[in-house]
Design a protein around this ligand. Sequence first.
Ligand code: ASC
Length: 157
Amino acid sequence: MPRSRPLTVAAVLLATLGTLAVGVAMAQQPSKGEQALKYRKAVYQAIAWNMGPMGAMAQDKMPYDATEFARRAENVAHLTPMLDESYIAETRELADSKLKPEMWTNRADFDQKMRTLADKSNKLATVAKGGDAAASKAAFMELGNACKDCHDKYRNK
Ligand code: ASC
């Protein structure tokens, strides 16, 4: 069938190009672990962004503003429970992380620290709603200690 040859050639060519395009698209797609690590860093960044002004107020580097402090505390309380799901096995071998490998063999301890983080940030949000500067600052320090406790053990400098 002479008419079918050029069509067959064109079809094979198109199929090959299509496969190549899919291959390139897949190569550019970050892996599940890379996406989880990116998400993790974004959540920590959002937490730090909100911790900043509270820290400045707690250290009297900025005037205490009860409404602003409570809003930031509420934000952090929403963010801390979002970290858990980023610590998936697919992130374990990724180089672009400060996570110490010990975390994977001390998972129960790490998870407990994560629960403490969530508890302390919830407590801070509740206390901050009360608008008492000294109580808010004290609860902020407790939360900061929960951050530090985990960083000291599981985060590379
Ligand atoms: C913060 C922040 C941290 C912790 C830590 C507490 O505000 O960004 O990583 O508190 O410094 O020691």
